[in-house]
Ligand binder design. Structure first.
Ligand code: FMN
Length: 143
């Protein structure tokens, strides 16, 4: 079924939990999966060799959208990641009491799209505590 890369940025561990559930679900569906904390990745050629790339990022800031801090270098360098023509899906945790609920998810989808990725029009935006069942269902739908 191919190879998937799951890259996540998470400050308090919520998006990390979702990333782990997503990775396990894809494995259960027969994919070979590599799970990476964004703090340890470099943008250059990141997507090379993968059939599917999933980005997970929480949202910070108040009036403005701020990406989870470890994710910012990847976002800024995303043009070097080799996303053109790749299937990409985006997920993240947030809090709907903020103006830009999961705004980081929207920002990453938009940029990946601009770079020619085939962005799955099905973002996963989790409000509050991660819902593992929701994450499992989403990962299956992405496939
Ligand atoms: C100072 C602060 C600002 C935040 N800003 C937003 C926001 O603009 N939009 C949003 O959806 N969530 C916002 N959140 C909620 C976090 O994204 C949420 O707690 C999330 O679960 C954190 O995920 P993480 O543990 O993966 O980093 C904010 C939280 C804090 C503490």
């Amino acid at each position: 079924m191919g190879k998937a890369l799951v890259v996540y940025g998470s400050t308090t561990g919520n998006t990390e939990t979702v990333a782990q559930v997503v990775a396990k679900t894809l494995e259960g569906e027969g994919m070979e999966v590599v799970l990476k904390d964004v703090a340890g990745v470099k943008p250059g050629g990141l997507a090379d060799g993968y059939d599917l790339v999933l980005f997970g990022c929480s949202t910070w800031g108040d009036d403005e959208i701020e990406l989870q801090e470890d994710f910012i270098p990847l976002y800024d360098g995303l043009d070097a990641a080799g996303l053109s023509g790749k299937k990409v899906a985006v997920f993240g945790c947030g809090d709907s009491s903020y103006t830009h609920f999961c705004g980081a998810v929207d920002a990453i989808m938009e940029k990946a799209s601009e770079l020619g990725a085939k962005v799955v029009d099905l973002p996963l935006k989790i409000d509050g505590t991660p819902d593992e069942a929701e994450a499992r269902t989403w990962a299956k739908n992405v496939l």
